[in-house]
Design a protein around this ligand. Structure first.
Ligand code: SF4
Ligand code: SF4
Length: 326
């Protein structure tokens, strides 16, 4: 990693909103290169790894953080408060990972409403024991003491719904090599792309980087889940009838899942010419189904469970649909 042009270290913050922690772990996945990072950067805020409080962040001067990697979606009022605060304190705000970029896995909650989620989690779940039917409230008063919890929103939002994002870095999580490239560019004072760009990814599709054998005339009679067939390890997954989201997904991960004999799940989001990855995949599959008989066509399509959850696995809050109307 190249040296900074000035002696001043880059002030770096990392935060998670509605996230699983995988994006924070992806920063650690750069292994010994972390020493290069701390040589060039001061980590000023990273709650998962440092004992740092929100009032420390509030006390920082506006714009004093050079770069913030915000991972996770915006699910509650605490996520939103921190997104706004970090926007105010940061020169460059990066939506890091699928959840901040497009809603990611937490964004699948937009297929449900707040009431049904609470019912499932606090009442019905097999591991829940809640005989008094206690549900979380934003404000609870007990013996003269007020206890506050963040307000759980009706929808999952992407970071850019709440604050202006400078760059989007896709992936669930982003590949460590891409993170090193991005940090290397920042540390060396290199020219960053125009604001609003997707960084740490390519403009082409996964299919363009994939080495599996493909023909021009893909036709399928049945849609399989990965565990239902023996992958031959060579032929395009779609041609074997297994859903692979390569045609609607940006390259940049090094086709890592496909190299590991698993189909692409779409975490890098759509390439520039694709507006809505779910719609693109549905249209791709519809053209591949090998039947002119409406009933057979219907049977083949219905044999595939949860198409909406599959095609919008990482992108529902950022899609044209945005949520299910309930
Ligand atoms: S993008 Fe993936 S790894 Fe990162 S927080 Fe979301 S679910 Fe976790
Ligand atoms: S659909 Fe998947 S397996 Fe087929 S070429 Fe594209 S990325 Fe490769």
């Amino acid at each position: 990693m190249s040296e900074q042009k000035t002696n001043k270290k880059v002030q770096l913050a990392i935060y998670w909103g509605a996230a699983c922690g995988g994006c924070c772990v992806s920063v650690l996945d750069i292994h010994e290169k972390l020493f290069d990072v701390v040589e060039s950067a001061d980590l000023v805020f990273w709650p998962i790894a440092m004992d740092v409080k929100y009032h420390h962040l509030e006390a920082m001067l506006d714009g004093s953080i050079d770069i913030t990697l915000f991972n996770g979606a915006v699910r509650n009022s605490e996520n939103e408060h921190l997104a706004r605060l970090l926007r105010q304190k940061s020169k460059v705000l990066i939506a890091y990972g699928s959840c901040a970029h497009m809603g990611g896995i937490p964004g699948l909650a937009n297929f449900f409403n707040k009431e049904s989620i609470f019912e499932r989690v606090y009442s019905e779940a097999e591991s829940t024991v809640n005989p008094e039917g206690t549900f979380p409230l934003p404000l609870h008063k007990l013996n003269g003491v007020s206890l506050r919890l963040p307000e759980f929103y009706k929808d999952v939002f992407i970071l850019n719904d709440v604050v202006e994002v400078d760059y989007f870095m896709p992936g669930c999580p982003p590949q460590s090599e891409r993170l090193l490239e991005v940090l290397g560019a920042v540390f060396s004072g290199g020219q960053l792309p125009p604001k609003g760009s997707v960084i740490g990814a390519r403009d082409k599709t996964q299919c363009e980087e994939c080495n599996r054998k493909k023909s021009d005339n893909k036709k399928i009679k049945k849609i399989f889940r990965s565990h239902e067939i023996m992958d031959d390890g060579v032929t395009c997954f779609l041609e074997q009838g297994v859903i692979c989201q390569g045609p609607a997904t940006r390259a940049g991960c090094g086709t890592r899942c496909i190299v590991g004999n698993a189909p692409c799940r779409g975490c890098y989001g759509p390439p520039p010419e694709v507006l809505d990855p779910g719609a693109k995949m549905m249209s791709a599959i519809a053209t591949m189904v090998d039947s002119d008989d409406p009933e057979e066509f219907q049977r083949i399509i219905e044999g595939f469970p949860d198409p909406a959850g599959t095609f919008y696995r990482f992108s529902l809050p950022a899609s044209i649909l945005r949520r299910k109307v309930i």
